[in-house]
Ligand binder design. Structure first.
Ligand code: TXA
Ligand code: MG
Length: 299
């Protein structure tokens, strides 16, 4: 199913067999928790318990949208969904096709990103087909994802301190402003979370995070490299001096985030020895983009 962040591999969350099949198709370890998706008309407390005021505030302001709230789980949610944790990640996605789907089904759809475990997340229906092929029954084509990075995950169980487990389009500043609380980063305990593994979202070609000077030096030395950058000056130099270089250039911030996963897939297919990515320029999304690039570059 399409969402504003990335495509999701959707199954009914209360159907344990369907959830197990989803894990098999994804090739994902069974102890990793999956996000539960609800329709906008659902109350936050439908699948969670002890919902604090800060969670209500975030949901009211930001849903539908690229935000996942981690709360104490309702016991009706099967262990296969939460990986046996006593918490559940819940979000209301902002995409008309998927909202219609959620409203017609029971409004409890478990969905990880619709890629094989460890590979780059899909931001178009074509990416899903290329990755999962006939292992899925149906691909709902909702067009390219408008955000392009997975949701911000916030653990909101502590009523006085929301904790960002995964950075995304919704920033720490926004969460702090809406809740009036200081925001912590990273899991307090060792949470089993695939999106938090060091190496993740990685193409087959090695990815290196480098400065613009390094890109120029490698091209000058005739290295077989592809380039991903949001640096217009660097892009102009490459276009002038090495016009055949496989490259993706996007404006900083939202355009770069939106282009990122498609770019990694395209540059992976170029068959070079390495994909050189320049450190992203300052923007509201710099933390989220850097997080994904670091994981793509980790081996
Ligand atoms: O934008 C998104 O969040 C997309 C779309 C499809 O909604 N979904 C997504 O799912 O990125 P996935 O499975 O690729 O990543 C989900 C992340 C994982 O890092 C997982 O560990 C974390 O959410 N997560 C899920 N439930 C959790 C929980 N109860 N506590 C902590 N982390 C949790
Ligand atoms: Mg994922």
């Amino acid at each position: 199913m399409p969402t504003e962040t990335v495509y999701g591999l959707a199954v009914h969350a209360l159907d344990a067999d369907a959830v197990r099949r989803m894990f098999a198709v994804k090739g994902r370890p069974a102890d990793h928790p999956v996000i539960v998706h609800m329709a906008p008309s659902d109350a936050l407390g439908r699948w969670a318990r002890d919902v604090p005021e800060v969670a209500e505030r975030l949901a009211a302001a930001l849903w539908p949208g690229p935000l996942t709230l981690v709360l104490r789980r309702d016991p009706r949610i099967p262990d296969v969904v939460t990986g046996g944790l006593d918490t559940v990640g819940i979000r209301v996605p902002d995409h008309p096709v998927t909202i219609a789907l959620l409203e017609r089904f029971a409004s409890i759809v478990a969905a990880p990103s619709a890629n094989r475990f460890g590979s780059v997340s899909p931001t178009t229906a074509q990416h899903v087909r290329a990755d999962l092929g006939d292992d899925v029954d149906l691909v709902l084509d909702g067009g390219p994802c408008t955000v392009g990075l997975e949701s911000t995950i916030v653990d909101v169980r502590d009523p006085e301190q929301p904790r960002i487990l995964r950075p995304g389009r919704i920033s720490a500043e926004t969460i702090s402003m809406l809740t009036g609380c200081p925001v912590a980063h990273g899991a307090a305990d060792a949470v089993r979370a695939p999106g938090m593994l060091r190496s993740h979202y990685a193409p087959r070609t090695p990815v290196e995070l480098v400065e613009a000077d390094e890109v120029l030096a490698r091209l000058a030395a005739d290295a077989a490299v592809a380039v991903l950058t949001d640096d217009a000056t660097l892009a102009a130099t490459i276009a002038a001096r090495w016009p055949t270089t496989a490259r993706v250039v996007a404006a900083p911030g939202e355009p770069f985030a939106r282009a990122l996963y498609d770019a990694l897939r395209r540059l992976d297919a170029a068959g070079t020895d390495a994909i050189l990515c320049t450190w992203p320029q300052p923007s509201a999304l710099v933390d989220a983009i850097t997080d994904r690039l670091r994981r793509a570059a980790a081996r």
